[in-house]
Write a protein that binds this ligand. Structure first.
Ligand SMILES: [Zn+2]
Length: 108
């Protein structure tokens, strides 16, 4: 790989996307996909699931930062539903909210 600093940032983003980097549906931040929650519309059941174990469930997926602000914004703007082209129920958002809550309780 011969990486040049003269590349414009849009081009760099495209290259990053190809290297297992993903974009948050809320804040549009790009980061390695393991830093995000992955929400999947499973195929062929069309069931919406949170892929926490990164076992790469089959289907269309959306990525979201594991933060309260991105979760709230995604919920308010219905971003997950739009990205997955499916109805993401409150239950999914509640599960994600619980993940934040349980994690902050674990933090020393
Ligand atoms: Zn985000």
């Amino acid at each position: 790989m011969n990486e040049s600093n003269s590349r414009d940032s849009a081009q760099v983003e495209k290259i990053k996307a190809a290297k297992n980097e993903r974009r948050c549906v809320s804040c549009r931040k790009i980061a390695p996909k393991h830093e995000f929650w992955r929400i999947v519309k499973c195929h062929p059941s069309k069931k919406i699931a949170i892929d926490l174990s990164n076992i790469l469930m089959q289907g269309r997926s959306a990525y979201l930062c594991p933060t309260d602000s991105c979760l709230q914004s995604a919920k308010k703007k219905n971003r997950l539903s739009k990205s997955l082209k499916a109805t993401v129920t409150d239950e999914i958002y509640q599960q994600l909210q619980l993940l934040i809550t349980s994690r902050s309780e674990l933090t020393d």
